[in-house]
Structure formats: structure tokens, C-alpha cells
Write a protein that binds this ligand. Sequence first.
Ligand code: MRU
Length: 357
Amino acid sequence: MTHPEFLPIQWKSTHLELLDQRILPGKKEFLKIVSVEETILAIREMAVRGAPAIAITGVFGLTLGAKSRVGVASSKDIDSLLTSVLESRPTAVNLSYAIREAKNRIQGITDWSLITEVWESYGKEMVKLDLSANRALGENGLSLFPKDQSEYHIITHCNTGALATAGHGTALGVIRSLRDAGKKVIVYADETRPFLQGSRLTAFEMMEEGIECYIITDGMSGWLMNHRKIDAVLVGCDRVAANGDTANKIGTYNLGIVAKEHGVPFYVCATKDSFDLNLKTGDEIPIEMRKESEVTQFDFLKTEDGKFLFPEGKTSPIGARALNPSFDVTKAHLIKNFITEFGCFVPEEISVRLKNV
Ligand code: MRU
């Protein structure tokens, strides 16, 4: 089931509408995006985020860029247009595949209006493919949960739901499939500092659908695994290397270690476009470093009347320094299975399984 409000990326022929994830859950507002420059900014500033969502948005951004060049620019500009979108965020591999495919599809075409058409239909195709891949992934995930159980307790990290994709979700897609199969699911959503994708976005999605959800801070998973029976950890991913090392939102690696220590199965939900077999190990995955201020202050969390929750948004001494790697790499040996639209498999099987898709 896909909630209609959960279509975060809406192509409107003349422009793009993006559900602004910086202000959720306080406000549900769509941003009207009319240019490639605005698209790049929306990706950089995380008005739209999540690996599949970024890739789809990037292609619609290219479409807007091509449209604005009809009759006014030469086709020499194509590569710089592609590069500008590619560079908007570095870690998720989905965006680079999308840009490569966008380039392939216009080989030999120099007319901007034709290019616009090609990219527009590619963007629409991506939306459809992502939705169907997510649904298949969700169904495949069911096989990893004991059938004789009626209730499952699941920890998740970041937001991997409709908001991060074309409208269904990967790890949250599995949770939705369990619910649709008549199971009771209790979700523990890591808060996911500093951008709070877990407490702001995952909790929001789960509540909208009536799935029981408890927010925990990122350091609470060890306590939880000690005190409650946790059936699985389900996370998404931004890039998976050939050996199975997986980049995902910062904090995923810690969760993987804690899960291993407690014998809790740790599953990575990934679609085909998450795998980067050009990289042998996770050490080669580029990790995005974001602004220190995301860690030292909460200035994106304002009350309705525009006042800061903390004076001037600060939660640290003035002048305090911070580190803000936005992703980390979970080592393959911590991962029990990948759950994909083409089945579930262990890290060692990646290259064989990817050959056939
Ligand atoms: O920085 P974000 O919010 O774009 O990071 C998102 C994640 O790390 C998700 O877990 C990942 O992209 C998978 S979404 C299906």
C-alpha cells in the first residue's frame, strides 16, 4: 500500500514538486522546482534525500536543465550539465548510474528539445521501476522471517521509506510487506543524528500508516537488544562494494556491531542500483562530509512561530568544533543477508547474483 501523500517526487511536466524533508514532520509542504540549479540545491540541502530519491530527482533536474536550453544553448553544454547534477551528493551510487544512463540515452542527439523528451521519459520510467523493485524487495524479505511468528520487533536506522524512494521504501518496504501479510510489527526507529531522519521521517511514515513505532536515540540499540527480543535489524544502503561492505547513514556500522554481538540478524535492503562492483571493498566508497553546524546546532528545528527550540539553535558551546561524516561503512561480515528485488543472498554471493540481473 502506498499512501498518496507519500509520493515525495512529483513530476508536473513544467516543473518538479518535492516534499520538503527539511521541515517534516512539522510542515508538509511541496517545493516547486523549476530549474536544474534549484534541483541541485534541493539535493545538496537535503530537501530530498535517500539514494533512490536523489537519483530520480537528478534525472528530472536534468530534464529541467535541458528544457531551459532549448533554442538558447549549444549541445556542448551536455557534459557540464550532467556533471553538475552528478556532483550534488557523492556517496550514493544510484545518482551516478542515473547520470550515466541519462548520457547513454542521448548518444548522438544534439537537439535540446529531443534531449528533454528522452530525459523526461527516463525519469518517469525510474519512478515506475523503483516502485515495482521496492514492492518485490519487500515481498522477498518475508522469507527471512519465521512464518509461525505473529509479531516481529525490528530496529531500523535512518529513513528508507516512501520518502527516500519513489514512494514505497526498501527496509520500510519489508516492514510494510510484513504488515500486509497480517503480522504485527513493532518498529524501533533510531533517531539518526544529526539530520534526524529516523525520528522525523521514519516515525512520521510509521505513524501515518498505524505501524507501532518507538523512537530510540542512536546509542540505545545495545540496551534494547539486551532487554527485548529483537528479531532483526533492517537498514537500507547508499553503495555496496563487491565484497559486501556497505555504506549507509552514519551510525549503521555501530548498529551492525551491536547486532552481531547479540546474535540479531542484520539485513541490508538494496535494489540493483545500490551495488557498485567496480569497488572491491568499502574503503573505496567516497564518504560525504557535511557541515559542522548540523552537529552543533538544531537550527533546522524551529517552532511554528519561527523561534529556535534552543537559543539560536545551539546545543554546544559557541566555537565548538565537530565532525560530520554523513555515512559509514558496515563491514560485510556483519551482514547476514542482502534483501533485494531479485532475492535474498549472503555477501559472498554478490557478484554471481548481480550477473543475472
Ligand atoms: O543522507 P540521506 O538521508 O540521503 O541518507 C539516506 C540513507 O542513508 C538511506 O538509508 C539510504 O539512502 C537508503 S534509502 C532507500
